[in-house]
Design a protein around this ligand. Structure first.
Ligand code: P53
Length: 478
């Protein structure tokens, strides 16, 4: 008989990010951030990749992060619903600009600190362990305007101050931390990922890898401080994952798949093994990329590696070394070739549950550190009835198939996995498109792409389904 349950203490839950759900963008002293000024619509793409300069709200655009789903004011109701589902953990992110509105102040904003303290206490009322992303794409606008975002080494100081403030204030309330959400996003959406805006004619790769070095050192320093302040703290890195498959058995396709995987694993190689991998150093050499480092940087990276590796997984990817093959899938920043064996979501994201087992195994084999799936889910159009109820069997199917392969990775392959938080456990604003229509939640939020709606919450069919999964520790998924 195959075992249907997950390990005891497995951390089931859901995930959100501050800028995609909190709203209240200027409440209680909060400052403006890069993630606020990304509008819905055709300009969003150019803005988040750093090609269209939009450093403030502009006339004629709709900015969904301003209101989000108003969680800033409704978090008690929302956490009560998470509690009802039996969440063991809730992954959320801190809005940097609530704590340091401009980013370079010496003293934090007490109202911002109090907000998260109250929120964490609310979680603990229901036995929910917070899992906190220190930065989920957000960077104070002031730091972008004054310093150029993560291209500037000064960012280390500001980030360190943020981390020290958080670890000190929330000692005993939070023990799971992630330093940077999807750190590899810096390569694909550098304005959203790291506050990078490019000037005409600039060597973008040089800037991106320099900024990446700053983030990697900042992450190691954060890990060091977290452990010093509380030895109970567990710090993880976070990768937008999804294994690359070769388009054909042609060796050049296999080689391309390896190279594209390395673009992402590069970050984890540094954060989990503590060293820049040779393949990256060689590539920088070939491309004339020179990374300015200070004395001690490499020691810090070596000495303060992460305790666990977390990642998001939505889909596998396909690579071709053949320049003629260009049939790209739509709708994802990580544009990849189409895999003819897979179905896709309404946004063209290909659905591959076995790919999750594959990704888990590859990462486990490579690092031998505990893993945590901190995002997975299906973005879909939901049609609620008059009571706000959604019969979302498509979402249940997607999640069930992924729960099964994750269980296989643990029970059949021996992968060490600490937990699973589904993305957007309550409907929220899409990071990639800014839409509300692209929903991931167990909880429906009455709000549309234009910002119209009552903001009322209601349970979908998947709400009770997930509640059962958690109550049976996975055994209800057959
Ligand atoms: P959305 C692609 C594009 C943008 C963000 O994405 C992404 C990805 C997927 O790798 O990363 C994460 O909202 C991110 C979340 C985001 C989620 O994927 O475009 O960490 O903030 O909402 C889903 O459907």
């Amino acid at each position: 008989m195959t075992k249907l349950t997950f390990p005891e203490g497995f951390l089931w839950g859901g995930a959100t990010a501050a800028n995609q759900c909190e709203g209240a963008y200027d409440a209680d002293g909060r400052g403006l951030a890069n993630v606020d000024v990304a509008p819905i619509g055709p300009e969003r793409g150019p803005v988040i990749v750093g090609k269209r300069k939009m450093f403030d709200f502009e006339e004629g655009y709709h900015y969904p992060a301003k209101v989000g789903i108003d969680m800033y004011n409704r978090y008690k109701e929302d956490i009560a619903l998470f509690g009802e589902m039996g969440f063991k953990t809730y992954r959320l992110s801190i809005a940097w600009t609530r704590i340091f509105p401009k980013g370079d102040e010496l003293e934090p904003n007490e109202k911002g600190l109090q907000f998260y303290e109250d929120l964490f206490k609310e979680c603990h009322k229901y036995g929910i362990e917070p899992l906190v992303t220190i930065t989920h794409f957000d960077c104070p606008m002031h730091l972008i305007k004054e310093y150029g975002g993560w291209r500037n080494r000064k960012m280390l100081e500001f980030y360190e101050r943020l981390c020290r403030t958080l670890f000190t204030r929330y000692k005993g309330l939070v023990k799971y931390w992630l330093t940077f959400n999807e750190i590899n996003m810096i390569l694909h959406a550098p304005f959203m990922g790291a506050g990078l805006y490019f000037e005409e004619g600039e060597n973008e790769e040089q800037v991106k890898y320099q900024a990446a070095h700053h983030e990697l050192v900042a992450s190691a320093i954060a890990t060091k401080i977290a452990h010093e302040i509380d030895s109970e703290n567990k710090v993880g890195c976070m990768l937008a994952a999804g294994q690359y498959y070769p388009n054909t058995p042609h060796p050049r396709d296999v080689w391309e798949a390896i190279n594209l995987d390395r673009e992402g694993y590069f970050f984890v190689d540094v954060q989990a093994r503590g060293e820049y991998p040779n393949y990256a150093k060689k590539e920088w050499e070939r491309k004339g990329i020179e990374i300015a480092m200070e004395e001690g940087d490499l020691d810090i990276l070596k000495e303060h590696t992460v305790d666990f590796i977390s990642f998001s997984y939505y889909s596998s990817r396909v690579a071709s070394g053949d320049p003629e093959v260009k049939d790209k899938t739509a709708g994802n920043i990580f544009a990849s070739l189409k895999n003819p064996y897979l179905d896709a979501s309404e946004w063209g994201w290909q659905i591959d549950p076995l790919g999750l087992r594959i990704t888990l195994n590859v990462i486990w084999d490579r690092y031998q550190k505990p893993l945590f799936i901190v995002e997975n889910g299906l973005g879909a159009v939901d049609t609620p009835d008059e009571n706000g109820y959604v019969e979302d069997d498509y979402r249940i199917n997607y999640l069930a198939e992924h729960v099964k392969t994750m269980r296989d990775a643990i029970n059949e392959d021996g992968v060490e996995l600490w937990g699973y938080t589904t993305w957007g456990c309550i409907d929220l604003v899409s990071a990639g498109t800014g839409e509300m229509k692209k929903r991931y939640g167990f909880i429906y939020v009455d709000l549309d792409n234009d910002g119209k709606g009552t903001l009322n919450r209601s349970k979908k069919k998947s709400f009770d389904w997930y509640k059962e999964v958690i109550a049976t520790n996975g055994a209800s998924v057959k």
